[in-house]
Design a binder for this molecule. Structure first.
Ligand code: GLN
Length: 490
């Protein structure tokens, strides 16, 4: 008897299509597992079991009629920053604890049109600010590979749900690394699409010029399938690109012969854990053994990308978060006058990291400092983009580590924001340039997962997915499961 929670998306698709299992069985198996594991993991803020089972019944009927979409009947999880009509959407914050959206995010509508089953909303760093999930108002998420360690963030709940088989796949969001970094730390696949590839309508905004929605899965093929459903133009988001959506699954030929793989010097310098370095270098050797050619390159501005990100993203965040004022959304604490209502609501509703970013963002945009910080940061952002443009004149993809270290212990970096920010040193430049990258499991370092990051040109998700898929077929690193998961399913 197969363990229904061990299935990939494509594996589940085959069994459902052949009527060997029903969506109701598959969904119930995941809900049972969530019940068993959640006391240890805390990956979900809200489980919507009744809704999931109703969707599963409908999916089974649609499949019987032969009308089912590609994702029909397969249970998944949504990061709790994606608006869901009638279901609270908290963003991991007290200020939105009781906020219920009036409309769905476009990605949620697209999943529904494909017949997806939504198990619930996943835990996250408050307003997607963080790299460890410790900034959630609903408690930290525990890494299934080692419960005392962080799963990464901010999409740590989504990554943990997938890694521990509490969902077949999940959606996360990535502003500076929040899909790829938790994917790397939990041994899952995390894809950040090109800026504008996926509509942001209904994604609660953190830093609007950087935010992007993408899948977290157990295989690259599954990421390709999910991207194909959620990508594409949207009249409700003017930054969603009007480019046709290719058949991503068809791009997974397994053939990467002759491909030029750029190895950026700056991604292998000080700060990279020695064990992570060995794992990533071995991954590059695998790509070479498959016929790819490694080309040393340089991305000279990348060392400034992180500090620049911590000017631009707080500036955008402070503007986006001004709307939580006790009048329109969520929490509202009465005060003597309107000013004290604003202050009391925001003081009680926002956590420490969100307040830090609001203050930072206000500072860099203030009249006396705008030129010195914000304008300068925008100029550096242009340099980061030009580095990638120049590199992609010589190579087809760029490969390096996703993160400098494997998962670290819960509590290790909470008192040192700068150390925490360094987690995203290799992921942030991709958001700054608006291009695409995927993190793929590359093996273990001292028993903890390590991710290799494959970076591609704008709108060239096909090539990075092809490389990731070829790597995965050759190595099978993505098949490694966390020990606790194996015990539970035994
Ligand atoms: N860790 C980064 C931050 O705290 C990135 C977050 C994200 O990608 N949402 O801003």
């Amino acid at each position: 008897m197969i363990d229904l929670t061990s299935l990939t998306l494509s594996g589940a698709r085959g069994l459902l299509d052949r009527r060997e299992i029903s969506s109701v069985e598959l969904t119930q198996a995941h809900l049972d597992r969530i019940d068993r594991l959640e006391p240890q993991l805390n990956a979900y803020i809200r489980v919507t079991g009744d809704i999931a089972l109703a969707q599963a019944v409908r999916a089974d009927e649609a499949m019987r009629r032969g009308e089912a979409g590609e994702l029909a009947g397969i249970p998944m999880a949504l990061k709790d920053i994606l608006s869901t009509v009638g279901v609270p959407t908290t963003c991991g914050s007290r200020i939105l604890e009781n906020y219920v959206p009036q409309y769905n995010a476009t990605v949620v509508d697209r999943l529904a049109a494909s017949g997806a089953v939504v198990l619930g909303k996943t835990n996250m760093d408050e307003f997607a600010m963080g790299s460890s999930n410790e900034n959630s108002a609903f408690g930290p998420v525990h890494n299934p590979w080692c419960l005392e360690r962080v799963p990464g963030g901010s999409s740590g709940g989504s990554a943990t749900a997938v890694a521990s088989s509490e969902a077949v796949y999940a959606l996360g969001t990535d502003t500076g690394g929040s899909i790829r970094q938790p994917a790397a730390l939990t041994g899952t696949v995390g894809l950040k699409p090109t800026y504008g590839r996926v509509s942001r309508y209904g994604l609660v905004a953190f830093a609007s010029s950087l935010d992007q929605i993408g899948p977290i899965t157990r295989t690259v093929a599954d990421a390709a399938a999910v991207l194909g459903v959620i990508a594409g133009p949207d009249p409700r988001d003017s930054t969603a690109l009007n480019a046709p959506v290719p058949d991503y699954s068809a791009a997974l030929t397994g053939d990467i012969r002759g491909l030029r793989v750029g190895i950026p010097r700056e991604y292998f310098g000080d700060g990279l854990d020695s064990e992570v370095r060995v794992v990533v270098e071995r991954a590059i050797e695998v790509l070479q053994s498959l016929g790819a050619r490694a080309v040393p390159i340089s991305l000279p501005s990348s060392e400034h990308a992180l500090s620049t990100y911590y000017v631009i993203s707080p500036a955008e965040a402070m503007a986006n978060l001004a709307r939580y004022d006790g009048v329109r959304y969520g929490l509202s604490l009465p005060g003597d006058d309107i000013w004290s209502m604003y202050a009391l609501t925001r003081e009680a509703g926002f956590g420490a990291e969100v307040k830090r970013r609001i203050i930072l963002g206000t500072y860099v945009l203030s009249a006396g400092y705008y030129d010195a910080y914000y304008r300068k940061a925008q100029q550096v952002r242009t340099l980061v983009r030009r580095d990638f443009d120049a590199a992609f004149g010589e190579v087809d993809v760029i490969v390096g580590p996703t993160t400098p270290t494997p998962a670290f212990p819960i509590g290790a970096k909470v008192d040192d924001p700068l150390q925490m920010y360094l987690n995203d040193v290799y992921t942030v430049p991709i958001n700054m340039a608006g291009i695409t990258a995927v993190s793929v499991p590359a093996g273990l370092a001292s028993g903890l997962p390590v991710g290799v990051q494959i970076i591609g040109r704008a709108l060239d998700e096909e090539t990075i997915l092809r490389v990731g898929d070829a790597f995965e077929r050759e190595t099978g690193h993505n098949l490694l499961r966390p020990p606790m998961t194996a015990e539970v399913s035994a």
